[in-house]
Design a binder for this molecule. Sequence first.
Ligand code: NAG
Ligand code: NAG
Ligand code: NAG
Ligand code: CU
Length: 217
Amino acid sequence: MRASLLLSLGLSTLTSAHFALNHPTSLEGSSIDESKEDTAPCGALVPSLASTDPKITISDFHVDGDYIALHSGHPQYNWLFRGSVQELSEGNWTQLYPIFQQSGLGDLCQQKVTVPKGWVGKKGVVGVVGSSGDGTLFQCAVVNFVEGSNSNVPNTCTNSTGVTADYTSDATLSALVGEDVQTGNQDNKTDESAGVVVRAGGVAAMAAAVVAGVMML
Ligand SMILES: *[C@@H]1O[C@H](CO)[C@@H](O)[C@H](O)[C@H]1NC(C)=O
Ligand SMILES: *[C@@H]1O[C@H](CO)[C@@H](O)[C@H](O)[C@H]1NC(C)=O
Ligand SMILES: *[C@@H]1O[C@H](CO)[C@@H](O)[C@H](O)[C@H]1NC(C)=O
Ligand SMILES: [Cu+2]
């Protein structure tokens, strides 16, 4: 593990695989410019909600529960999911899910990501920020927020064998959202022992154990 982290550090100037956002469909699609993936807030492309460019794929994202499917090219990531219904220049990001750490390469799909119900009918952005051995990396999707929960599991929604997830804390990621935190629509469980507020339905499915003071290089 340590060897591969050091390796990814050493190769950080190369355009080796960082991560991809497979669902909702990312703004950069399947041609991510990995050399710009460390550019806030979204990587190589910054979405404009005013844009009517027909080349941009706009997915529906269900406020009561939808999927975020990722593919990781690093053995470990801390993930922040955030969203906004304002132009990103306004910087008003809402945290959509507790920060968690993925261990293991490959696919990871969180199944019950919720957003504020007040976003129904609005166009917005779902942003994913990953913190790993070679910095803080960004991808975004332009979405239309719709009511209900998504009953169609995207075919990209899988967990690779051996991939695990645990809540963690990450000050670098926490700094990338405002005070606004999605509280979830199903319950308000607080898991003090985990050191995180469980903010949304579905997180109960994640292991309760937490890696405290995780070493991130
Ligand atoms: C930030 O976003 C939240 C959630 O959409 C909204 O309630 C709040 O009014 C926004 N704040 C500002 C300053 O735009
Ligand atoms: C993938 O793993 C996470 C963390 O254990 C879990 O919450 C999620 O439901 C899993 N996704 C699928 C598609 O099984
Ligand atoms: C969850 O929190 C909200 C806002 O504080 C509150 O209105 C609601 O009644 C709570 N739900 C439960 C199940 O405690
Ligand atoms: Cu990388």
